[in-house]
Design a protein around this ligand. Sequence first.
Ligand SMILES: Nc1ncnc2c1ncn2[C@@H]1O[C@H](COP(=O)(O)OP(=O)(O)O)[C@@H](O)[C@H]1O
Ligand SMILES: [Mg+2]
Length: 371
Amino acid sequence: MASEATLRANHAIRAKYEKLEKIGEGTFAAVFLARNVQDNTKVAIKKIKTAAAGTRDGIDITAMREFKFLKELHHPNVVALLDVFSTGSSAPAINLVLEYLNTDLEAIICDRSLLFSAGDIKSWMLMLCRGMDYCHQNWCLHRDLKPNNLLISPTGELKIADFGLARECGDPGARMTSQVVTRWYRSPELLLGARAYSFGVDIWSIGCIFAELMLRTPYLPGESDATQLTTIFRALGTPSEAEWPVRIMTYSQHCMTLPNAAKFESYPKQNLSLLFTAASPDTLDLLAKCLQYDPLKRARTSDLLQHNYFRHGPLPTPAAQLPRPARPAEVKEEKPATPPAPKQVGLASKRALDAEEIARRKRLAHRVAFS
Ligand SMILES: Nc1ncnc2c1ncn2[C@@H]1O[C@H](COP(=O)(O)OP(=O)(O)O)[C@@H](O)[C@H]1O
Ligand SMILES: [Mg+2]
């Protein structure tokens, strides 16, 4: 039972913010635009939905994970947690007060009126790699990197957000769930059910995001969990055992090498330059290093940051000059009398998670060990 002093402190934090409107809705959270009544700045409040199962003392595990990481991580390319308070008494919900970021990389990629230069893509990649280098140095695996979780500040800075699936790594004996990362960005070892994995799962996602920035459409859009590996093999060629000799520890604790794990059609190796026709050799090399099948051969964030791609021209575009879509919040402020447009929940809800993905996440929240 919370003490009187704790309740008063919670109430004082809660009173600092006035909720304005819902701006996002995910599997576990509703996100609101809010105002700090003391200094009139905008903030985002992420209210984590409570679930009967998967909770400890009525507090959702997703909220605890996100709170745990965000309170420790402080970096210009990681979303800042400003405050936290709870609401509701019988079913308490955690409210994370975050810096307000008014768009995300998916909205930018999907906005066909925007043209990207090579320097723009390099700038987003640099911010993503710096943020993830910091997370990995602090033993944090994000496990859900995708354009929709990369928020963009009003001054163009990219900030990694949504740490609801994050967890610490570094213990070589730890067994983790493979049911993480949104399908199109999920690495081959996770798709095969690996339980011992590491930074490579985030690096694979970074590779998919890099490809998507160049193509302006998802690179590996598998239609189901079952066909995602085939989508990958068709795009990159089916790996030989020599290319990926790694043993995969599965749920059933069997050690398997890829050819034994499942039988796949043999697709030929693809030359990345045929699809990424405008990409420089440095660009193609960086992409290939992120999309190595063998997680042990896959680059680390430090390798990415030291890569020639970032050393050679063109220079990364300064954040403030990066392409941005029309800012919904500003449009609303300019025309206060206009009735609200049909609700677009989330700044980029065009690619909603499908039913299979949502069910997977719910199972995960119920099963995952509290850590
Ligand atoms: N700090 C923020 N500023 C502005 N919008 C945000 C912020 N955090 C989240 N959102 C919006 O809410 C959506 C869902 O938030 P997210 O943290 O990704 O949770 P979920 O786990 O539900 O996907 C995001 O895609 C984004 O549109
Ligand atoms: Mg999200």
